[in-house]
Design a protein around this ligand. Structure first.
Ligand code: AHR
Length: 503
């Protein structure tokens, strides 16, 4: 049977904020060291940034880049990471049981962003685990104040005369998680976040602040946490954060393929919670969502590793969380992108966790090449073609049974209309065995041709790109997709991510 939907420019979800295509660089494993930064690498520039990685980051089309954590930020002392590199202290990183040299720090991060290009925007997390209001203000002064104060002059003395202009700040990271250094109750965190936000706005009322929401929808404190935190911070912050990672559990691939069902319900539930607090406060303001960590992550493998490691060992830039993604993973990943786009009215920031080596679309070998994982392609295509108005897509699709989510649509789709009137359909076929015929009725859209139908699919859903075979998986063109008399007709391969561009 055929899956169907209608596109009509009169029915839209909202405008895509470019920040939806953000990513995340954490001091974790090899994301920074031998990932984006490797002074001895043949492709490194004068500052030690790998230019081969920079090229791929640009091609990926990332916008906001969150930094420096993640769990790492809850032990972060920003002042360790500035000034002459040879004077910077080596510290224990409790979050990842590693040794942090601070060779790469705040100035290097800003330099990296500038080299990525004007689309790249800083998104700085502050430590509300082991630290508080005073240190947040000091960091803000060092980073953003033009000159003439102790910390802004110190920045200039360190070689950065121009302020960094950091607009977006995350008030801590996953403070609801017992694993977080300095973990807090919702009441404790809500107060601290409110006081920090209030003080940061005294320096600059124009900062944009993200309060920590839950580390996942399955957290026991979920929703109550957001409600409590927002009760304290509603007028002081702009966004609340969401984090979600997906992997197959006990080999249940069909439920894994439907992971976006969970992601969409998570978004809906956080929107409802924010609006509930807003209603109680009789506020006209809406809190937006910053989905600032999302991905496929084989977390259970990491947990086994963490249990096995030697507590006396504090390695520098170890290989951690280096998941190698399959075609199957990329299809689920594409579906997560579709979920974010489908909620573009309220999800105004999202960060793919992470950027290089650590659960990442880009992989590198120390001293060696950099290459694209399977997940690189859906992200790059969505960032490139998913700009404009998201159209309201209501699918009528054949379904399949999943253990976790019950009856689920085989088709997951969205569509984005660019300013020039062209439309891109993003669609996933969740069937592992059957092609899915698709018919899209175009109403009120002046479109006459299919510019491109690209698919990521493979006869082997386990196919991956590796150091030895870095281009094993790439998207391929699909023939026979037509647009006649206002109807788009296509066939989506089993287990596929599809990008159909109409002009
Ligand atoms: O992205 C990896 C980790 O996942 C982050 O450090 C943390 O915030 C989350 O638990």
């Amino acid at each position: 049977t055929t899956a169907r939907f209608t596109l009509d420019p009169a029915f839209t979800v909202g405008e895509v904020n470019p920040r939806l295509f953000g990513s995340f660089v954490e001091h974790l494993g090899r994301c920074v060291y031998t990932g984006i930064f490797e002074p001895d690498h043949p492709a490194a520039d004068e500052a030690g940034i790998r230019t081969d990685v920079l090229d791929l980051v640009r091609e990926l089309g990332v916008t906001a880049i969150r930094y420096p954590g993640g769990n790492f930020v809850s032990g972060y002392k920003w002042e360790d990471s500035v000034g002459p590199a040879e004077d910077r202290p080596r510290r224990l990183d409790l979050a990842w049981h590693s040794l942090e040299t601070n060779r790469f720090g705040l100035s290097e991060y800003i330099d990296f962003l500038r080299k990525v290009g004007p689309q790249a925007e800083p998104m700085m997390a502050i430590n509300l685990g082991t630290r508080g209001v005073a240190e947040a203000l000091e960091l803000q002064e060092y980073a953003n104040h033009p000159s003439g104060t102790a910390l802004s002059d110190l920045r200039a003395a360190h070689g950065d005369k121009d302020p960094f202009g950091i607009r977006m700040w995350c008030l801590g990271n996953e403070m609801d998680g017992p694993w977080q250094t300095g973990h807090k109750t919702a009441e404790e965190y809500g107060r601290l976040a409110a006081e920090t936000a209030r003080a940061m706005r005294q320096i600059d009322p124009g900062v944009e602040l993200v309060a920590c929401g839950s580390s996942g929808q399955s957290m026991p404190t979920f929703a109550e946490w957001e409600a409590t935190v927002l009760k304290e911070t509603y007028d002081l912050v702009d966004h609340v954060s969401l984090h979600a990672y997906y992997e197959p559990h006990e080999g249940d691939i069909d439920s894994f393929l439907a992971s976006a069902v969970d992601m969409e319900s998570f978004i809906d539930n956080v929107v409802a919670t924010c609006d509930h607090v807003g209603a109680r406060l009789k506020s006209k303001k809406k809190i937006n969502l910053s989905f600032d960590e999302w991905n496929v992550w084989y977390l259970s493998r990491w947990e086994q590793h963490a249990e096995a490691h030697d507590p006396a060992d504090w390695p520098e830039a170890p290989r951690l969380l280096e998941d190698n993604y399959s075609v199957l993973d990329a299809v689920v990943f594409g579906s997560l992108l579709i979920a974010l786009l489908r909620h573009a009215d309220r999800v105004t920031v999202a960060c793919l966790a992470q950027l290089v080596n650590v659960i990442a679309p880009i992989m590198t070998e120390p001293g060696g090449p950099a290459w694209r994982q399977t997940t690189f392609f859906p992200f790059a295509q969505a960032s490139r073609f998913g700009r404009g108005q998201v159209l309201d897509v209501r699918v009528d699709s054949p379904t399949y049974e999943t253990e976790k989510y019950g009856e689920t649509d085989l088709l997951h789709a969205t569509a984005v209309r660019a300013d020039d009137g062209t439309v891109t359909v993003f669609a996933v076929n969740r069937s592992r065995t059957e092609p899915l015929p698709l018919e899209v009725a175009l109403s009120g859209l002046d479109l006459t041709s299919v510019t491109e139908h690209s698919a990521l699919a493979d006869t082997d859903p386990d196919a991956r790109n590796t150091l030895d075979d870095p281009e094993r998986v790439t998207p391929h063109p699909v023939e026979d997709t037509t647009l006649t008399d206002g109807t788009l007709t296509a066939v989506l391969e089993p287990l596929s991510w599809n990008v159909i561009r109409l002009a």
